[in-house]
Design a protein around this ligand. Structure first.
Ligand SMILES: [Zn+2]
Length: 73
């Protein structure tokens, strides 16, 4: 089983930021510690987010890391 799917199942398909239930493409799996900062692909570093919260977190991270971009869809 893929780690991202495991993360979704573990979190009950709920955004861990706002609690929204997310399904299908709306369900984003986020790296809690970004890979650019040494984060792993292990389940413990993954969390379910809705698209809105993921976008917000990505924006925050890209501001913090300035030019750094996450090449993740
Ligand atoms: Zn959310």
């Amino acid at each position: 089983m893929l780690a991202r799917r495991q993360a979704l199942v573990r979190d009950g398909y709920q955004c861990r930021s706002c609690g929204h239930v997310v399904h299908g493409r709306a369900a984003h799996v986020d790296h809690i510690t970004p890979k650019a900062q040494g984060g792993t692909d292990l389940l413990e570093n993954l969390q379910t987010l809705c698209a809105t919260c993921h976008q917000r977190k990505t924006n925050r991270e890209s501001r913090a890391g300035q030019e750094q971009r996450k090449g993740e869809g």
